[in-house]
Design a protein. Sequence first.
Length: 134
Amino acid sequence: MKKYVFALSLVFIGAFLLRIVGLSSYPVGFTQDEAGLGYDAYSLLLTGKDQWGKSWPLVFRSFGDFKLPLYSYLAIPSVAAFGLNEFSTRLPNALVGTLLRASEDSATTVATTRMDRMRRSLSPVLAVSVSPRR
């Protein structure tokens, strides 16, 4: 069981590294939405207001539409740590994606009781954990 948990931990660490390596370069281009969310996080960090001057809003006004605030609030620590750039704006997405994948796979693994089933379940966990679409 300990070997299996260790192997599963290595899978998740590898999946996380695959998600953050080249994060500022891939995908190519920095979309208008990413830029707006990142700038709102930066503005909240410095002033406590979004780019339109509203203090800690529940809905962010953007370029012709409105966005929910969770992503901008999650980006504040990474923008504070790494500055306002593509990497810091995309990092919360990579972290949350990895954590969701890990919790989903861990729940599936814990539900599996027999050791031979656990060993067989490691292959699909590995395949799905490194998938770029999750």
